[in-house]
Design a protein. Structure first.
Length: 128
């Protein structure tokens, strides 16, 4: 009986030692640790301007961002320079973005989860 507990303890020590060695290897060898972006934890940002046909900024346009997984829609009013910004977007989700102003709508743009970029600059054009 006593022999079994000693051999189990010895086995547990060997397993612990082996796992420490594996961890030390991945920490010591550059490029072996998977980055946050590769794991899908990186956050994305989409920003840009709402502009008219003459490329003038449109203040007060409503910019919509639709989450392709949950179908939730966020909105943002464009600022004095027509600017908008959505941050903390998931790397693993597709999004659709468009703008509306005075009953007119821009083309719908898609941000794909397969695109590896984390920063998107998208201008949305509305013909007044």
């Amino acid at each position: 009986m006593k022999r079994t507990s000693v051999s189990l303890r010895s086995f547990a020590c060997k397993v612990l030692f082996a796992s420490c060695c594996v961890t030390a290897f991945f920490v010591a060898v550059p490029g072996t640790v998977v980055s946050a972006q590769q794991r899908g934890n990186a956050q994305r940002v989409v920003q840009g301007k709402v502009i008219d046909a003459g490329n003038a900024p449109i203040k007060g346009a409503v910019v919509y961002l639709k989450d392709g997984r949950s179908l939730a829609v966020k909105s943002f009013f464009s600022d004095d320079e027509g600017g908008y910004r959505f941050g903390q977007l998931s790397q693993n989700t597709d999004y659709e973005i468009w703008a509306e102003y005075n009953g007119k709508k821009s083309a719908v743009k898609t941000i794909s989860s397969f695109d590896s970029k984390n920063q998107f600059n998208i201008n949305l054009k509305i013909d007044k």
